[in-house]
Design a protein around this ligand. Structure first.
Ligand code: GLU
Length: 466
């Protein structure tokens, strides 16, 4: 039975790198009819916040990465960690270390002076005498000889000599367990079979494997995922780049498009670029992930998003726009509270048919829909360039010819435009540009005959101001 987990530390929002890790763990569990578990690693009490927990859960929910178990919270499992530490002290796989900070500092200085790598020399390992006034830490008895090795599903075989590893502190002098130890106990208790995580954790793995073995467990399989870099190969930064999952929602990206794009970072299925999450789950496997860092290409993400938008029916698209409007973080101008009411007033299907392939994100789509409801404010530049006295005269005449149109259908409107231009001897753009501005407030609109048709005679005449 496959059991995977995502184990975020709640010290900020859900990062897109974290989302990809979560996606891969989730997909692997789904593919194998396994169980995906969410575990909140909140033992860093200084940096963990409830706000971060909430925002991570919210982002997981938005992405649709559902978990069958959890969220578990490490802070609620303290007793269990302490119990395992006691058990290890009893069975001899851990020991009390009474060395003071000063003693350890001196030891390291001497090691450096000798040209040795500074590390704990295990002086309390076999001779752990209580010292008056000292509350000890607990250290793990790391094997002294041999190697610790595993076949990483992404990076291949990794071997570390035990001589490279310290006797790790597993409990601080105040009794609180340390990070690596909590991870081990959790992975063991939660019967995790596959650990998928960022490769910044690869150095923790040999220590965790040794502790797991000391506890009599078979370690899970590990897949360490490479980093996601910027397009220019640099590290992503919170200040410069959108790294929070929810920033992508705010940019008008569909969750299925973000998942699709994230899936393609370090994983691929031939040349397939656009696929559903169900298709991804079917294709995905942990052992065909590339080990080299991926580059995040924003343009590509928007392209993928546009493809997913095209694949949605109008009803689905409308449902997304309609939910988005309830998101108070989105700007009023696009999905403001009145957006739903506005949609209801429009021939929304016709509007969506016309504009949905013109936008690569939901904000742009909403903005296109919005000018059918109410034209945008014309910029002074556009006004000066296109709404000249001559243009206004043309528009008035055109309004008259529309007014007398007996039928209101696209064919009749197209014909009327053609006849008007030839009778008045004006070129199409001479009519089209000012007309677009009057009708929509922008010159960037779909074909204006279709706009006229959808708006209907009354609105068209009113907007022209005839
Ligand atoms: N809490 C760790 C992090 O947020 C993940 C640890 C793990 O997956 O083992 O980076």
């Amino acid at each position: 039975m496959v059991r995977t987990r995502f184990a975020p530390s709640p010290t900020g929002f859900l990062h897109i790198g974290g989302a990809r890790t979560a996606l891969f763990s989730w997909a692997y569990a789904k593919k194998n009819n396994g169980t995906f578990i969410l575990r909140v690693e909140d033992t860093d009490v200084e940096r963990s916040t409830q706000e971060s927990v909430d925002s991570i859960l919210h982002a997981m929910d938005w992405l649709g990465l559902d978990y069958a178990e959890g969220p578990y919270y490490q802070m609620q499992r303290m007793e269990r960690y302490k119990q395992v530490i006691q058990q290890m002290l009893v069975d001899g796989s851990a020991y009390y270390c009474y060395c003071s900070r000063e003693e350890l500092d001196t030891m390291r200085e001497e090691q450096r002076a000798r040209g040795d790598k500074p590390r704990y020399d295990r002086r309390c390992r076999d001779n752990s005498e209580p010292r008056a006034g000292v509350t000890p830490v607990v250290r793990f008895k790391n094997p002294i000889d041999g190697v610790v090795a595993w076949d990483d599903l992404v990076k291949g075989r990794i071997e570390i000599a035990n001589s490279e590893l310290d006797d790790l502190i597993i409990a601080r002098s105040d009794g609180t367990p340390t990070y690596n130890f909590c991870v081990v106990v959790d992975d063991l208790d939660m019967k995790i079979t596959h650990v998928t995580r960022g490769d910044d954790h690869v150095n923790n793995t040999p220590r965790q494997i040794n502790i797991l073995r000391a506890l009599g467990a078979t370690p899970p399989l590990y897949a360490h995922l490479p980093m996601i870099l910027r397009d220019d190969g640099q590290k992503m930064s919170k200040r410069r780049d959108p790294v929070s999952v929810m920033q992508y929602r705010d940019m008008g990206i569909l969750p299925e498009a973000l998942l699709n794009y994230l899936a393609r970072l370090c994983w691929g299925h031939g040349d397939d670029e656009v696929f559903s999450i169900e298709q991804f789950v079917e294709w995905f496997d942990l052992n065909n992930i590339s080990a080299s860092p991926a580059r995040f290409d924003m343009k590509k993400l928007f392209w993928v998003n546009a493809q997913h938008m095209k694949n949605l029916s109008n009803a689905q698209l409308l449902a997304v726009l309609d939910t988005a409007k309830w998101n108070p973080e989105l700007p009023e101008s696009t999905f403001g509270a009145a957006f739903g009411e506005r949609l209801a007033e429009l021939e929304i299907n016709a509007v969506l048919d016309l504009v949905k392939t013109r936008s690569d994100n939901l904000n742009a789509l909403a903005a296109e829909v919005a000018y059918f409801y109410q034209p945008r404010v014309v910029s002074p530049e556009d006004s000066a360039k296109h709404l000249t006295e001559e243009a206004k005269l043309i528009l008035n005449k055109f309004a008259n010819s529309l007014e007398s149109l007996p039928e209101w259908n696209l064919e009749a409107i197209k014909l009327a435009i053609k006849e008007f231009c030839s009778a008045q001897n004006v070129k199409m753009p001479q009519l089209g540009m000012p007309l677009r501005l009057k009708l929509c407030g922008t010159t960037q609109t779909p074909s204006f005959d279709a706009v006229i048709h959808i708006l209907g005679k009354n609105k068209v005449l009113a907007r022209i101001g005839a």
